[in-house]
Each structure stands twice: as structure tokens, then as C-alpha cells.
Write a protein that binds this ligand. Structure first.
Ligand code: HEC
Ligand code: HEC
Ligand code: HEC
Ligand code: HEC
Ligand code: HEC
Length: 284
């Protein structure tokens, strides 16, 4: 009789060990991929001095704004944009340590474009970039995104207040309409991925594909070329449809796995009852 129990336990282990190993791996991946797993450990001299009483009050709010930004969460700090040395308070703002100061209005795109290469490329060729270069009248990156409080983007950046300062809002509105459906699809998949994560599944492949696709698509706006955006929409819709399908399959798979574990539990409970009945009848 004892062998019977041992067999059941071994059978249970065989089924559950691979499942739980999978989960541990998923958990570790999930944990390590969080931006806060690489928290900024060293205090930055820039932040320390710029929050101190030494600072003119009108500049003191900058570090706070930055701490609420998407850049802060992704470890982009003062010296990444302004240059300088964040580890040495006495030499921080020395030109010898690469400090570049506050960029002029026309220099901002170069500063941001050090990291956002593809966007800079589109921007420089656009009506906005050309106007900035030729007459200084075009909007720069900060006009639309801000500098210290930069957040994740959405097409709501395109609004009448911001886009009718220099020309009629009609052109801006046409661009917003051209982006709308694809943008909505991206957001829908993002939400689905969040739901999967809340259920303990880490859809790494789909997440990476979505990131790549949306990063490419969202640079497209900077051409401010409505015809081009319309022409390329088909290509992005196809890619997003394929990601959406894979995410849908993962949901189906998840439902199956839940049913499967209920099934296993029922079998276990069933065997337990049979076993205890048998052992009882032996004793009797
Ligand atoms: C993403 C790039 C970026 C980061 C990160 C950044 N800055 Fe700036 N900063 C800029 C730009 C662009 C300007 C000029 C445009 C403006 O004032 O908005 C600027 C302007 C400034 C100014 C001048 C403001 C004024 O009104 O004269 C100060 C001071 C400053 N930054 C300090 C900091 C400090 C301190 C940090 C870190 C807590 C920081 N910056 C992080 C891009 C950045
Ligand atoms: C020991 C204090 C101290 C440290 C450390 C420090 N700053 Fe400053 N910073 C100041 C003060 C004070 C001002 C205002 C000067 C003024 O108004 O003329 C300033 C002004 C600035 C400005 C705007 C004026 C300009 O020259 O363009 C920027 C940008 C800036 N700091 C960035 C930085 C960065 C980036 C770091 C770190 C690499 C840093 N600071 C470290 C004290 C400091
Ligand atoms: C040192 C590199 C670096 C510099 C310089 C930099 N960024 Fe970024 N930026 C990043 C990283 C890293 C992220 C986070 C990854 C992402 O979301 O693409 C990011 C994210 C962003 C986002 C949000 C993108 C999203 O996913 O919705 C915007 C908007 C942005 N940056 C604008 C700017 C602007 C404007 C400037 C110049 C004032 C600038 N960046 C300068 C590295 C940089
Ligand atoms: C600082 C001024 C300024 C702001 C703010 C501004 N634009 Fe422009 N925009 C221009 C200039 C300058 C041109 C090029 C000259 C022209 O075609 O009139 C232009 C042209 C355009 C064009 C036409 C491009 C073409 O090739 O036909 C579109 C579309 C456009 N802007 C969209 C926007 C959107 C969307 C916003 C808001 C997110 C915006 N603009 C904000 C200055 C601005
Ligand atoms: C006229 C306004 C405007 C200007 C100027 C502008 N942007 Fe944008 N930016 C937008 C809008 C609107 C979006 C969102 C487009 C979408 O959702 O498809 C965006 C998206 C982005 C993104 C997100 C891309 C991603 O991976 O999700 C980054 C990063 C960015 N811009 C950086 C920059 C930089 C750097 C510059 C300067 C070279 C710049 N932007 C100039 C309006 C602007």
C-alpha cells in the first residue's frame, strides 16, 4: 500500500516540478527587467547641490520634476544631458569634465538626438527641423515634450493649445487622425500584456516585438508628413496584428493551464480517496 502513495507523490512531482521551475524563471526575468532593479545607487552631486539652499529658488524645482520623469525611471540623469561630472561636487560643472551648460533653443535637438538617433534623423529632414535651422521658428523637442518632466508619449501631445501657436491646427489634426488607429492598437496590446503579467506570465517575446514596432512607428510622427504616415500605416498594422494574435494565443494557453491544474488536483483528490478506502478495507 505504501508503494501506492509513493507512486502518487512521484507522479505529482514529475508534473509540478517543471511547471514551478518555469515559474521561478519567469519571476526572475520579471524582477530583473524592472527599471528599479538597477536603482541609481550613488548620490549624484548634481542632484545634491541643486536641491540645496545654495540654489536660486527658481531653479530648485528642477530635480523634483526630473524625479517624476520617465527618464529618471530609465536612469537618464542630469549629466547624461548636460555633461559634467556627477561624482565630484567641486568639479561637476567644469568644462574640463565635459559640462556643456544649458543648450540654446536651436541646440536642443542635437542634445536629445545623442540617444534618440532615429527621431533626430526624421526631425532634421522635416518642415519643423528645417524651420528651426533656417529661421529659428520651428518647434524643438522641448516645445512638445518638455525637458525635465518628460513622460511616456501619447498622441494627446498633439492638441490645439500646443499646435496652433505657429500655424492653424488643421494640419496637426490631420496628422492626429492618421496616427489614431495604429496608436490605439498599440495601447490595446500594452494593456493585454499588463493583464498577462498580473497573472504571473511574462510575455517577453511579444513585449520586445511590441517595443520595437512602436518605437519605429512613433518616430514617424517627426517627419510631420501626413502622406508618408498614411502610406506606412499598413505595414505597421500587419506587424501589430501578428503580435495581437500571439498574445491572444497566450491567453488561450493560460485558460488551458488553469483547467489542467484543476484536473490534476481532482485526480489527486480522487486517488487519495480511493487509496484511503483501499487501506481501510485492508485493515478491516
Ligand atoms: C533629458 C535631458 C535633460 C536632463 C536629464 C536634465 N536636463 Fe536640465 N535642461 C535640459 C534642457 C533641454 C534645458 C534647456 C531647456 C529648458 O530650460 O527647458 C535644460 C535646462 C536646465 C537648467 C537651466 C534652467 C533655466 O531656467 O535656466 C538647469 C539649471 C538644469 N537644466 C539643471 C538640470 C539638473 C540639475 C538636472 C538633473 C536633476 C537636469 N537638468 C536634467 C535637459 C535636461
Ligand atoms: C556645488 C553645487 C553644484 C553642483 C555640484 C552642480 N551644480 Fe549646477 N549649478 C549650481 C548653481 C549654484 C547654479 C546656478 C548658477 C547661476 O545661476 O549662475 C547652477 C547652474 C546649473 C545649470 C544652468 C546654468 C548653466 O551654466 O547652464 C546647469 C545646466 C547645471 N547647473 C547643471 C549641473 C549638472 C549637470 C551638474 C552635475 C554634473 C551640476 N550642475 C552640479 C550649483 C551646482
Ligand atoms: C542619455 C540618453 C538620452 C538623452 C540624452 C535623452 N533621452 Fe529621452 N530617453 C532615453 C531613454 C533610455 C528612454 C527610455 C526608453 C524609452 O522609453 O524609449 C527615453 C525616453 C524618452 C521619451 C519617452 C518615450 C516613450 O517610450 O514614450 C521621450 C518623449 C524622450 N525620451 C524625449 C527626450 C528629449 C526631448 C530629450 C532631450 C531634451 C531626451 N529624450 C534626451 C534616453 C535619452
Ligand atoms: C514653434 C512653432 C511651431 C509649433 C509649436 C508647431 N509647429 Fe508645425 N510647423 C511649424 C513650421 C515653421 C512649419 C513649416 C513651415 C510651414 O509649412 O508652414 C510647420 C509645419 C507643420 C506641418 C506641415 C508639414 C508639411 O510638410 O506640410 C505639420 C503637419 C505640422 N507642422 C504639425 C504640427 C503639430 C502636430 C504640432 C503640435 C504637436 C506643431 N506642428 C507645432 C512650426 C510649428
Ligand atoms: C511638434 C511636436 C514634436 C516635436 C518637435 C518632437 N516631438 Fe517627439 N513626439 C511627438 C509626438 C506627438 C509623439 C507621439 C507619436 C505617436 O504616438 O505616434 C512623439 C514621440 C516621441 C518619442 C517616443 C518614441 C517611442 O519610442 O515611443 C520620443 C523618444 C520623442 N518623441 C523624442 C523627440 C525628440 C528627441 C525630439 C527632437 C529631436 C522630438 N521628439 C521632437 C511630438 C514631437
Amino acid at each position: 500500500m505504501r508503494y501506492f502513495y509513493v507512486l502518487i507523490i512521484i507522479a505529482m512531482l514529475c508534473v509540478t516540478v517543471p511547471l514551478s521551475a518555469g515559474y521561478r524563471e519567469l519571476f526572475e526575468k520579471e524582477f530583473l527587467s524592472k527599471p528599479w532593479s538597477s536603482e541609481i545607487l550613488e548620490e549624484s552631486a548634481c542632484v545634491e547641490c541643486h536641491t540645496s539652499d545654495a540654489m536660486p529658488p527658481e531653479l530648485r524645482s528642477i530635480p523634483q520634476e526630473w524625479q517624476l520623469s520617465w527618464h529618471y525611471q530609465n536612469d537618464v540623469s542630469c549629466d547624461d544631458c548636460h555633461g559634467g561630472d556627477s561624482t565630484d561636487a567641486t568639479m561637476s560643472m567644469s568644462h574640463k569634465r565635459g559640462f556643456a551648460g544649458t543648450p540654446k533653443y536651436t541646440e536642443v535637438p542635437e542634445q536629445c538626438g545623442k540617444c534618440h538617433l532615429g527621431i533626430l534623423e526624421h526631425y532634421v529632414e522635416s518642415g519643423h527641423g528645417k524651420a528651426l535651422k533656417e529661421t529659428g521658428d520651428g518647434p524643438n523637442c522641448v516645445t512638445c515634450h518638455g525637458s525635465h518632466n518628460i513622460q511616456k508619449v501619447s498622441i494627446d501631445i498633439i492638441n490645439a493649445q500646443r499646435c496652433s501657436k505657429c500655424h492653424s491646427y488643421d494640419r496637426a489634426k490631420m496628422m492626429k487622425q492618421a496616427l489614431f488607429l495604429t496608436d490605439e492598437k498599440i495601447e490595446k496590446i500594452e494593456e493585454a500584456l499588463l493583464i498577462l503579467k498580473s497573472k504571473g506570465v511574462y510575455p517577453e517575446k511579444e513585449e520586445k516585438r511590441l517595443f520595437d514596432t512602436q518605437a519605429k512607428f512613433r518616430t514617424l510622427f517627426h517627419t510631420i508628413d501626413v502622406t508618408r504616415v498614411k502610406n506606412e500605416t499598413d505595414h505597421y498594422t500587419k506587424q501589430l496584428d501578428s503580435i495581437e494574435e500571439d498574445v491572444g494565443n497566450t491567453f488561450d494557453h493560460l485558460a488551458f493551464r488553469r483547467k489542467f491544474s484543476t484536473f490534476l488536483m481532482l485526480i489527486f483528490a480522487g486517488s487519495w480517496i480511493v487509496a484511503s478506502l483501499l487501506s481501510k478495507s485492508y485493515k478491516d
